[in-house]
Each structure stands twice: as C-alpha cells, then as structure tokens.
Design a protein around this ligand. Structure first.
Ligand code: SF4
Length: 434
C-alpha cells in the first residue's frame, strides 16, 4: 500500500531543502505526497527555532497535526525538536542531524502500526548527511546545500547549539547533484548553508574554498545562473571577491548579514565585524560587480539598544543603500546569552523601531528600481499568463514583469526596463538570449 505523506515546513531555505530531501527519500520507498493533511498516513512538521515565535509556532503545528490527522504517524523534525527532545504530540522526534534516519524509523513504525506508543529520539551526529539529488520542484531554481552548522556563537542565536559545529558537504557530491539537476531542466542554483563562508573550514581551508567550489559549479554545462545564500561580511575577503568576480555565472546579488548598523550593538551581539569592515566589503563588491543588489537582515531592539544606537543603525542602512532589508524585532531565545542580558527593550519600542527600519527598507527598495531604467535585464521566467505576460527575477534579484508570446517557465529572456510598479520592474521588447 502506498502511504500518503503531508509536509508542513516552517523557517528557512535550509529547512525547505531538507523537507524536499526527506520527500525524495520517502518517494523512493513508494510514499506519495498529499496536499490534504486529513488524508495523510504520515504528517511531517519540519520545525524552526530561530525565534521564540518560531518555537511557539512549531509546538502549535505539532499539536495541530495530531488533531487534523488523528490516525497519522506524526513526525516532528528540525531545530525546535533538537532543542526540545521531550516535545509532546509527535510519534517520532528527530533533531537536525539525524533526520535521514527518519525513513527507516518511519517504515518500522508503520509496519508495527504502533502509531502513538513510543517516542523516538536520536542523538545529534557530526557529519554532513548525503541526501543525494534534491529538487524543489515548484520552482524554476534549485537549492543546493553545501554546509551545515556554525561556530560563531552570536549572542542572540541558538543555531550553534541546535545544529552543531560546521561540517561541509563533499565537493564531488555537490557537483554531482548540480549535474543531476541540470539534466532535470534546472539552470539556476542557489548555493546555501547555515554559514556558507565556513565551507571546508573544518578541513583547514580559508574563504577561497567557497569561491573555487562556485567556479567548479559554473564549469558544469547547462548551469546558467548561480546565487548565494546569506553571507557573513567578515568572510568576504578581497581574495574571495576576486575569485567570485571571474565567475560569469554568479548573479550580482549579495545577502550580507548586517544585524545592526551600530558598532556597540554589534559588539554585544558578538558579531565578527564592525561597520567600517562592512562598508569596505560593500565597496569591494560594488567595484567587482557594478549595480549589484545588496540585501540584509537587521534586528531592532537588541538588549540595551538605545535610541542613539537605533538611529545609528538606520543611518548606516541608508548609507549602504540596500535593495531590501529583512527587519526583525529582537526575540529572546532561551539558551542564548542575549536571553538574560540586562536592558531588554520593551515590545512597543521594538515594534516602533522595526516599523521605522521597514519604512527605510521600502523607500530604498522603490528607489532602487530607478537604477534599472533604460537598462537591459536578463529574466528567468517563473510565472506565465495565458496572454504571454510573465514574471521572474533578473540577475540582480529584482522582480520583473514583461510580455512575450510563447514565453515558458524556466526560459531566460532579455528585455529593456521601461518603468516600475512599486518594487516591480516593468520591461519591454523581451527576446531569448542569443
Ligand atoms: S553566524 Fe551567528 S547568527 Fe549566523 S548562524 Fe552562526 S551564530 Fe547564528
């Protein structure tokens, strides 16, 4: 009998990748995916613990699964379960590292039909688990994970505790996965990891290891675009940037994690850079990649953040001219240093500061569209309407709308930007690349 599995994924791109990986392993065992949770024989919740809110939502989803599909085997996996091994409501609990062992556990569970009798718990491992080739089939781009874990211990972050130390994926396995994905029609690849720039650092390599890996990825026939996940500013050395500059397939979009534009706050966060270094990295990147998009994450209301520090942060964000800022109010995570720091900022102040920074982000994002007026953009088509209208992202990761009869999803089209609609670029005269 083919079992039906329903997935609910919370959190980041890495989690989405890992859900797809588990889905693939289960498909190999004859499971089929269902979009209706009530039909599920197996209900998988891939949890998140990046904020207290994510923790709360993860717990809520586990309990909801039990109510929605009372006969299903409920599986909770991921960061939240790594930190909450006694979480109630799931039949099988696995953390971040041993998720792939879930499949044999599940088969055994289903075979025995003891769906609610015992809880499974697994110890965290120390190696990168090879899932084999993984597809995020609903998208035109594929995500390839190359690294897990982090050694940085920022004072607000639970990741080094929940995911453990840096371990890198085998280079040959990464290249094989990309080749497999090319054969399946993918041409754009997002290279991701928890701390991307730490790739192969546990083997004594420096930041250039990431650059050389990307050069190898670019060398695979059929790879047209490469994007990078979140990057730590301190890792963006001139040596790495000069390798990246030579990579013609690398898209000029860099998500540099800033968190705060105040040096005193950065110090309390135990970040490994200051605003001067961040400024230099942005200048180096812009010299190597003119018109590159810079995006970032920022936290408002970190413990002790004064009004002055908040203003410094806003001013620095404006100085850099980000294309977009993901702004988060600080959310204390139990088990981190920041949780018990003096000077916790009250909710009202946090939300006011968050709104102020989001307004700045919106203003910058709209202004950024002016940089493209009259320029040629290269768009990977994602959504196509019946009248030939389409949307997709240009290499700089700004959304573009255009029209061309016969446009198909996955196709790359070139056109000229003639206007904008909010954050969206509007283009004309689209034609395939020659
Ligand atoms: S660099 Fe800091 S914020 Fe990022 S995963 Fe590591 S500890 Fe967390």
């Amino acid at each position: 009998m083919a079992y039906q599995v329903f997935f609910h994924t919370l959190g980041c791109k890495v989690n989405a990748y890992e859900t797809a990986a588990i889905s693939k392993l289960l498909a190999e065992e004859g499971f089929t995916e269902t979009k209706d949770p009530k039909e599920a024989d197996v209900y998988v919740i891939n949890t998140c613990a990046v904020t207290a809110e994510a923790d709360r939502k993860s717990r809520q989803m586990i309990h909801r699964a039990r109510r929605t599909a009372p006969k299903a085997v409920v599986v909770a996996m991921g960061c939240h379960t790594e930190m909450n091994r006694d979480e109630e409501g799931a039949d099988i609990l696995v953390g971040t590292e041993d998720r792939p062992k879930l499949v044999p556990l599940l088969l055994e569970k289903l075979k025995l039909r003891k769906k609610t009798e015992e809880k499974e718990d697994l110890d965290a491992g120390t190696r990168f688990f090879e899932y084999g080739s993984v597809l995020l089939s609903e998208n035109t781009r594929a995500v390839v994970k190359i690294e897990d874990g982090c050694n940085n211990f920022c004072t607000y972050c639970i990741i080094p505790y929940s995911r453990g130390r840096v371990r890198s994926r085998n280079r040959e396995a990464i290249l094989q996965e990309v080749s497999d994905l090319v054969k399946k029609g993918y041409s754009e690849f997002v290279i991701t990891g928890i701390h991307l720039c730490s790739y192969e650092k546990e083997k004594g390599e420096d930041e250039t290891a990431l650059g050389y890996l990307l050069s190898d990825v670019a060398g695979i026939d059929g790879v047209k675009r490469i994007r990078l996940g979140s990057l730590e500013p301190s890792c963006m050395t001139p040596e790495l940037i000069s390798i990246l500059k030579e990579n013609q397939k690398l898209c000029p979009h860099f998500h540099l994690s800033l968190q705060s534009g105040s040096d005193t706050v950065l110090k309390r966060m135990n970040r490994k850079y200051d605003t001067a270094l961040f400024r230099k990295v942005v200048a180096d990147l812009r010299e190597a990649f003119p018109n590159a998009s810079m995006t970032t994450d920022m936290i408002c209301g970190f413990p002790g953040e004064t009004e002055e520090e908040h203003k410094e942060s806003c001013a620095f964000a404006e100085e850099i001219g980000f294309t977009h800022i993901h702004v988060f109010p600080f959310s204390p995570r139990e088990g981190t240093k920041a949780y018990s720091m003096q000077g916790q900022v009250d909710g009202g102040t946090k939300s006011r500061r968050t709104s102020q920074l989001r307004e700045i982000s919106d203003r910058m994002e709209e202004a950024r569209t002016k940089d493209f007026q009259g320029k040629t953009v290269e768009v990977l088509v994602e959504e196509v309407g019946s009248d030939g209208s389409f949307e997709g992202y240009c290499r700089e990761y700004v959304r573009v709308r255009g029209k061309r009869e016969g446009a198909v999803s996955g196709q790359i089209l070139l056109g000229t930007v003639t206007g904008s609609d909010g954050f969206m670029l509007l283009g004309e005269n689209f034609h395939p690349e020659s």
